[in-house]
Design a protein. Sequence first.
Length: 386
Amino acid sequence: MPTSLGRRRFLTQAGIALAAVETIEHFAACCALAADSATAEKDLFELKQVGDGVYAAIAAPRYKVNCNAAVILTNDGVIVVDSHSKPTAALALQREIQSITKLPVRKIINTHFHWDHTQGNQAYAQANPKLEIIASERTRANLASADAGAGGHGYIEKQLAALPKEIEKLKDDVVRARDPEQKKRLEGNLRQTEAYYEELKNIKPPLPTRTLTKSVTLKEGGREIQILLLGRAHTDGDVFIYLPKEKVVATGDALIDWMPFMADGYPEEWVGTLDALNKLDFTHIIPGHGEVMPKAQLVFFRGYLLSRRSHRRREGRGKGRREPGGDEEDARRSPGAQVRAADVEASARAVPRAHRAQHRDGLPQGGAEGLSGHGPRPTDGSLEET
């Protein structure tokens, strides 16, 4: 992807998303889809080869969003990074995988605990009782928690409580819609939401069977796979999957092609975690959402985070608080990123209110009261590395 196109796309998307953060009190994980958005009804994933035996499963737009997955073939079986928002999505990807190999999925790696990356775990476990599910220790703790944030067992119950109201709202929107195309889109998204609600009643995702407190290197069927804990970012338990020979990294939502969900994140540490990632030798990024990206996209995303961090610090100073650190050092280290961060802010100011994004998760638009809570915050933010 040409750098200029990447920059233009990022600024457009991040500008819209930044405007959304400024105006929405309760916002939710990942992708911005309004109730009448055009979404895919059938094909859920497109497999794109990014290396020898390495594929990006790019999720099609859905009203109840799915995450991307990384599919890694080995001589012994398949490793899938992230399991999507529901078992039917996992089954759809398994069918896609069977078109390129008949080997079973032997391992799932959950990059973090959010619902759209973990609620498909059970489909893989049902298909292979010997499945190993790998995640950080913090991710497992969040998944087991009743109130960790936008994921885990407790979050399924919150979605079940909230979805009936969303379904009724969509039905009302269908009745009120006058434009035939808008009505058709609303009807499609209503069907998706009703199907998701029924499926959610039977979702019981198994917890990770192997947890990590530091980075590890796996030797899997002739392939080296590094699972890296580089620091807190999108959540307190993010892992990055790095294939050094293929020069590919899968980042979950710690690096995507527009604005991430930040309510469970650590903005003050996120930039440093990306700096650690940037030291690795890779050419392709499989993000948690969006298209496969070149390494150069990292600097744009980092610039966006710097912009948000600067905004938070300005707000803190305006209220008489002093935030730790400063962005002057960041600007000296990476002036290009700082310039782009300013562009992101400018793009956000230019977005009309009518077109500002509405963040979508498993809950109704605008979120449900009290559902933007954070996961447990360990006081010691240090993470061991190999």
